[in-house]
Ligand binder design. Structure first.
Ligand code: SF4
Length: 620
């Protein structure tokens, strides 16, 4: 068993109640690393690929990686993966916080969850025992309340993953929440968990995580934390959270506004920024376990209508999704909505983006209040949105039901004309970074295996000039509005993103690292003796495998596109009149990555990455 791992996974069949320990081969650990890479391999090998996303046979994998819990800043993360109910293809999300390290301290690298319990249950990991307990009394309770009750029952030191009412009710973008403030947000992993009648997982372990060279790891940790202490980006994240540079990003055209129809809203960005959050509502800062960055703002809001007791504050993505996207500059209202979504267990990006899409539909006369429960949604009017959030979570009324599907599925109900307001790729709504300002992001969204996503790759960090890796020739000045070198950069940035999500390491903390440092950390923890080229290649192997799963679930080259609204130019701001040249970037990317015109990898490229076993299945 390779160092950095615990050497076994637990497979839980909720239909039968059977819990089995499995030992994986060293080759599986090495080739698929952990996190989303290991999850992809386990789902391919042991899952039912014919199963629909909400079928009991759809396997949900919660996986840590070789860096999870080794005590480094950014190394508390773990991944969740399954076929997504929102997109019906590869779904994945990663989460910081506390649960990943605790899972390993219980002796497991991953949990494989399949079947469906006849009644609500929760899973208890204690020492090395794994057992199920009834959760009828927890069902219907929000994620904070559920976490409170489970910590009261088992002890404060127990770490909790919980789903909320949204996932229980079948909202397609239900999240899994860890200890109040950390989320597996995207692609509906909470909905898959709730569809199995699994309300929560609690864990408390006492095992040491075996690493190859503890002294070396400690030395590197000291060096890395000293770098973080001085690093400007890390300091800004610590002071203001992930919205630390919203005004600057708005000036560059990177912040989607008015459902991506506007290119500039300076006053809005100013009122919604991390600095504004700090001025009005931040009362403290928290971190994921052991992280020196501490990018998690703690807020309190005292205005009556928007009251939030002391707790997790909104991240940049939420400030965009319920702020600029809706033309709402009421920061207190965003804080309130953030708390509602956290408690109800919903992804704020898909939720806000779906509401923004609906606002455009109302404005264009495609939806009217008389047909949709008497509710009118208008840009700049946040009050009806606050009332609507619990209705979406309950799928209440025609409008709550419509919006609970996410924007792409909702557009099939409202009609073809409403598709022009969509911002998704492969069914996942784009996050809050605009590919019209940074074309590499456009390519990265288009080829991302889970749909439009900025954290499956490091593209936006490279285009901003925050990360540079000379060892793999990813160190140019990448001009945002250009195709030059973008295919090459996005390929490398995607391989690194897959590696991060498999090790599992946080991108925000990782902005200070160099590849030699990452190699040294990895080899001190996991002992593969890898050089940088081998590490990056492992990321590539994971991307090809996840893309293959997407092909098995029906994806082809025609899905590698940006949403129509993103491919429509704005008339203002730094991006006025501009759309990315997707044709050129995609052509170059396909050639570079050995993809056929139908989007599938060639047999030769599969062989090069040790994935030839996929060739017959893909028919290549
Ligand atoms: S940088 Fe922020 S999100 Fe990342 S591990 Fe540290 S505290 Fe968590």
């Amino acid at each position: 068993m390779p160092y950095g791992n615990m050497g076994k996974v637990a497979e839980v069949d909720l239909s039968t109640g059977r819990i089995e320990e499995l030992e994986l081969s060293p080759e599986v650990y090495r080739d698929y690393v952990g996190g989303t890479g290991l999850a992809a391999r386990l789902i391919y090998e042991r899952g039912d690929l014919e199963a629909g996303p909400l079928s009991p046979s759809n396997m949900l994998v919660l996986a840590a990686g070789p860096l999870t819990g080794v005590g480094f800043s950014g190394s508390s993360r773990m991944s969740a993966a399954a076929r997504s109910p929102l997109t019906e293809i590869w779904g994945q999300a990663t989460c910081g916080g506390n649960f990943g390290p605790e899972l390993k301290r219980c002796g497991y690298d991953a949990l494989l969850i399949k079947g469906r319990a006849s009644e609500p249950v929760y899973l208890i990991l204690e020492g090395e025992s794994v057992r199920l307990a009834p959760a009828g009394d927890l069902w219907g309770k929000d994620t904070y309340h559920t976490t409170d009750l489970l910590k009261e029952r088992h002890g404060k030191q127990y770490r909790v993953l919980a789903v909320g009412p949204a996932a229980e009710n079948g909202v397609l973008f239900g999240s899994i929440v860890n200890d109040y403030g950390h989320h597996f947000g995207r692609t509906g992993m909470g909905t898959v968990m709730a569809s199995k009648n699994l309300k929560a997982i609690v864990a408390r372990g006492n095992r040491e995580i075996p690493v190859k060279d503890p002294a070396k790891l400690e030395e590197l940790k000291q060096k890395y934390d000293a770098l973080l202490e001085k690093n400007g980006m890390a300091r800004a994240l610590r002071a203001f959270g992930t919205a630390c540079n919203m005004e600057g990003m708005m000036a560059l055209g990177d912040v989607p506004t008015r459902n991506w129809a506007k290119g500039l809203w300076e006053e809005g960005a100013e009122r919604l920024s991390g600095v504004s959050l700090d001025d009005h509502y931040i009362v403290g800062h928290r971190s994921c376990r052991g992280c020196a960055v501490r990018c998690k703002p703690v807020i309190r809001v005292e205005e009556e209508r928007y009251r939030v007791e002391e707790g997790p504050g909104p991240e940049y993505e939420t400030l965009g999704a319920f702020g600029t996207l809706l033309m709402n500059d009421n920061l207190a209202a965003v804080c309130k909505i953030n708390e509602l979504c956290n408690r109800l267990g919903m992804d704020t990006i898909t939720c806000g983006a779906t509401i923004a899409w609906a606002m455009d539909c109302y404005e264009a006369g495609l939806m009217s209040p008389s047909d949709w429960d008497g509710v009118e949604l208008r840009f700049g009017d946040i009050e009806p949105v606050i009332d609507l959030i619990p209705k979406i979570a309950r799928r209440e009324g025609k409008l709550g039901e419509l919006l609970s599907m996410g924007s792409r599925k909702a557009s099939a109900v409202v009609g073809e004309e409403s598709r022009r307001f969509l911002t998704d790729t492969k069914g996942l709504e784009a996050p809050m970074h605009d590919p019209r300002a940074y074309w590499g992001d456009g390519l990265a969204y288009a080829i991302s295996v889970r749909g439009a996503c900025h954290v499956s790759n490091l593209t936006y960090l490279a285009e901003w000039g925050i990360v540079r890796y000379p060892e793999i020739k990813m160190d140019r000045h990448y001009h945002g509005m250009s195709t030059e070198h973008k295919a090459d950069m996005v390929a490398k940035a995607t391989d690194l993103g897959c590696l991060f999500n498999s090790m599992v390491w946080c991108q925000f903390a990782g902005t200070t690292f160099t590849l030699p440092l990452l190699r040294d950390v990895f080899n001190a923890a996991a002992d593969y003796g890898w050089d940088i080229e081998e590490m990056v290649k492992a990321g590539g192997r994971i991307w090809y495998l996840q893309r293959a799963l997407c092909h098995i679930w029906g994806v082809d080259a025609s899905d590698d596109v940006l949403g129509p609204r993103i491919m429509t130019p704005t008339s203002d701001g730094n991006i006025a009149g501009i759309i990315p040249d997707m044709e050129t970037m995609l052509r170059e990317f396909y050639e570079l990555r050995g993809l056929r015109t139908d989007g599938k990898p060639t047999r030769e490229v599969l062989r090069e990455y040790g994935l030839e076993y996929l060739a017959d299945r893909l028919g290549v």
